[in-house]
Design a protein around this ligand. Structure first.
Ligand code: GTP
Ligand code: MG
Length: 311
């Protein structure tokens, strides 16, 4: 990330991040601070108001209630300190969900298994990751595991050409067999990275979730040590539904990380905190646009700073 290397560039990077999360910052921090900080004490009325605001910012009911209960049961922290209170709580929550750093092993093959509901941004994420790894000089293979949706294979094929990655594509074949073939090819031809695309599926469709589990088991059986991450892609605009998705996918394919897409323009980035709190899953990647370069490594500290420095 060359953007981080100089002071001026750093400012530029941080400025962009602040812009990206500005709607989330307003919903999650600005509105609460505005409503609370002028009060003398945390009255029941004000705490209820705060709870409503946190819930409507998509922090999740349980987490919002826990935070407000913490304030209810104490008299040390005053309303004018609410911003600092939230900042500390949010940072602790993100820290406790684990490292944001994407796992990568320099010595061997790295497989990234990408899942999520329809339209979340899986294939675009694959394109962005392929581009990033290619820029770093890695040998990259895409497994076109969405053999279900019409034109899905063409779409991922376009991303492979754009990024310069190779592809295993077997039109309308069983996705598990495509993934198996990709693993063999990657081993035989010394690839560094395999990116596995999968078809979008709703978490309440039992058969499709079963199929996903079957695809994942091909990796678990054939390349358990090479599976670096099992990533759930969540559209930041889905809000609380994202939490429900994460619960079901976590059970089905044992997730290790979340990629939050479409963070640009979303007011619902608080889902990052809800997922960290309730599922102990770290967000590791953030999609901030539709272009190949619009992928950021998620950094908890920067995210919190960007949320709190503009209110
Ligand atoms: N603004 C914005 N748009 C994005 C981002 N990521 C993906 N998109 C857009 O979201 C739409 C869906 O993206 P896809 O990558 O096709 O989503 P998918 O999860 O593969 O969809 P299915 O395979 O149909 O389940 C496309 O129009 C993308 O350009 C992002 O970070 N920001
Ligand atoms: Mg797709």
């Amino acid at each position: 990330m060359t953007e981080k290397t100089t002071g001026a560039a750093m400012f530029n990077f941080f400025d962009k991040l602040k812009n990206t999360v500005s709607k989330t910052a307003k919903a999650l921090v600005g509105n609460v601070v505005d409503a609370v900080s002028g009060e003398e004490e945390f009255s029941d009325f004000i705490l209820d108001d705060m709870e409503d605001l946190l819930i409507s910012a998509d922090l999740g009911v349980d987490y919002a209630t826990q935070l407000v209960d913490k304030l209810r049961k104490q008299n040390k922290i005053k309303p004018y300190e609410v911003k600092e209170f939230l900042q500390n709580e949010f940072m602790t929550t993100l820290d406790s969900a684990g490292s944001c750093k994407l796992n990568y092993n320099n010595e061997g093959l790295n497989i990234y298994f990408i899942t999520g509901v329809n339209g979340a941004g899986k294939t675009t994420l694959i394109g962005k990751l392929a581009y990033r790894f290619k820029q770093e000089g890695k040998k990259v293979l895409i497994a076109a595991g969405d053999t279900f949706r019409a034109a899905a294979e063409e779409q991922v094929d376009i991303w492979s050409k754009r990024s310069g990655a190779d592809i295993v594509r077997r039109d309308k074949a069983d996705p598990a067999s495509v993934v198996y073939e990709a693993i063999q090819k990657a081993r035989n031809e010394n690839y560094n990275v395999v990116l596995v695309d999968t078809a979008g599926r709703l978490q309440n469709k039992f058969n499709l979730m079963e199929e996903l589990s079957k695809i994942k088991s091909v990796i678990d059986k054939n390349a358990p040590d090479e599976l670096m991450e099992s990533i759930l892609v969540i559209d930041a605009n889905t809000g609380q539904n994202g939490l429900q998705q994460a619960k079901v996918f976590k059970e089905c394919v044992n997730l290790s990380a979340v990629a939050l897409t479409k963070l640009d323009g979303s007011a619902k980035g608080a889902i990052v905190l809800a997922i960290a709190k309730e599922l102990a899953l770290p967000v590791k990647l953030a999609g901030v646009g539709e272009k190949m370069e619009d992928l950021k490594d998620f950094d908890s500290k920067e995210f919190i700073q960007a949320l709190f420095e503009q209110n």
